[in-house]
Write a protein that binds this ligand. Structure first.
Ligand code: KE4
Length: 445
């Protein structure tokens, strides 16, 4: 067994009893003062039984909980930690930045450096506004689309999740899907009457909607690779048709790349699929684990954003110098170390191993992978949209999740999420995850 300080050579150690008394006590305390004991619903373990481990620290591809259990982490903070936990170069950059100040509420040159890096990496983005979360990014992008087109209707896809924006929390994925409450209380009906929802990958439905309502459609917002109903890639022609129809009706195409941006490629999913959206939303990876979101597009559209334009959007901590420093250090290291080759190699190794493990077990599964985001559906498939994904055996996923957790593998507590790898994961980590899957799948067949 390697030393704990160097998780790269350390197999995870989990209390064989599977009990987590200190997490249990911590959860009890949290429940007294935090709704559901968590600060984001997807972190609860409602859909996988049991209670969430309370995490104390991370290093590389590993995390530890308050009971001393060690896990190989395939959540990666839901995507941001593309270099793994506490990357030494990112940490050094943040520590240095802390000495200069935490926040100014004034422009800093580093914000321009990050904006320039994003503009140079994503051809469809000529100008970008930094915010503090993916939700702020998508909320702002649809407001901009409505202001720019002077139309009201927004189109989204069932099972896609774009943050907890009132107008977009309709048939949403991620936690909303997991909770089985596809919308949310507290959203007045007239807030969503301008939101049209279509099945993902359904070109016919798209065309008929545009035929009937195209003149009123401000934008279509889409995850170019869906990552909130499990992972569902776009079928051939879907994104291309989206692009041609939005052009034809002068609607804006918004790529929500909060997950895929800088994860799937330097230029995100739009680089992989060769599509130029009008607006792109970003988050997660561009903050390297610190709160950063962004929305950007052509200068012609973005110049409608205040203070130059009539579409208002603001934020106290937008472009926060510490978060921007972490994001810059993350992206620079990802580019300089050719992180995408490593991500591709690790993700392919994992996906291949999980497929073999499932075949050996005889459990019916369907597998999806795009770059370093992947998913194993407990379904015989095919899985091309939310209705397909919803037919997954979530009870079997629950038992699988429990089996993986007790073997030291930390997965998202929902069938409707993505599995991630980081550049800090090792081949040994991947092989351990595959081995754990072999054992867990055999247990539940
Ligand atoms: P945030 O507001 O959580 O930073 O980003 C919202 C968002 C927007 N767009 C996409 C495609 C997203 O996936 C997200 C957030 N993703 C979820 C899980 N898939 C974050 C986890 C959580 O809600 O706690």
């Amino acid at each position: 067994m390697g030393d704990e300080a160097n998780p790269q050579t350390h197999s995870p150690h989990v209390n064989p009893s599977g009990t987590r008394p200190r997490s249990h006590a911590a959860f009890h305390q949290a429940l007294q003062v935090i709704p559901g004991g968590v600060n984001s619903p997807v972190r609860a373990y409602g859909s996988v039984g049991g209670q969430p481990p309370f995490i104390t620290r991370g290093a590389g591809g590993h995390i530890w909980d308050v009971d001393g259990n060690e896990y190989i982490d395939h959540v990666c903070s839901w995507g941001p930690l593309i270099l793994g936990h506490v990357d030494p170069d990112v940490r050094a950059a943040v520590e240095a930045a802390l000495h200069n100040g935490f926040s100014f509420g004034a422009p800093t040159e580093q914000e321009t450096v990050l904006a320039r890096l994003i503009v140079d990496a994503v051809p469809s983005i000529e100008k970008i506004r930094l915010v503090s979360s993916g939700t702020e990014a998508t909320m702002s992008a649809i407001r901009l689309a409505r202001g720019y087109t002077q139309r009201d209707t927004v189109v989204k896809f069932e099972g896609c999740y774009h943050g907890h924006v009132d107008a977009l929390l309709v048939d949403a994925g991620s936690g909303a899907a997991t909770l089985g409450r596809p919308s949310s209380a507290g959203i007045p009906q007239d807030f969503v009457e301008h939101t049209a929802v279509l099945p993902y990958n359904d070109v016919d439905a798209l065309e008929s909607l545009f035929e009937t309502r195209g003149e009123n459609i401000a934008c279509v917002i889409v995850e170019p690779v869906a990552g909130n109903m499990g992972v569902i890639p776009p079928t051939d022609g879907f994104l291309q048709r989206l692009r041609s129809l939005t052009h034809e009706y002068s609607s804006l195409l918004v790529f929500d790349e909060v997950i895929t941006g800088f994860r799937l490629a330097r230029g995100g999913a739009q680089e992989r699929f060769g599509i130029r959206p009008d607006l792109t939303t970003l988050g997660k990876t561009i903050g390297g684990g610190f709160p950063v979101g962004a929305y950007g597009g052509t200068a012609e559209i973005m110049d409608h954003v205040a203070p130059d334009g009539e579409v208002y959007q603001a934020g106290t901590l937008s472009g926060n110098p510490i978060a921007v420093t972490a994001g810059l250090a993350t992206l620079k290291k990802l580019f300089e170390t050719d992180g995408y080759s490593r991500l591709e190699s690790l993700a392919e190794r994992l996906a291949t191993g999980l497929k073999k493990a499932a075949e050996h077990s005889g459990v019916a599964t369907t597998h999806a992978r795009v770059g370093s985001m992947l998913c194993m559906f407990f379904s015989s498939g095919p899985v091309n949209n939310f209705a397909d994904a919803s037919r997954s055996d979530t009870g079997r996923f629950e038992r699988y999740h429990q089996g993986m957790l007790k073997r030291g593998i930390y997965l998202a507590p929902s069938q409707f999420e993505a599995t991630f790898v980081s550049t800090a994961h090792t081949e040994e980590d991947i092989d351990r995850t595959i081995q754990a899957a072999e054992e867990s799948l055999k247990e539940i067949r």
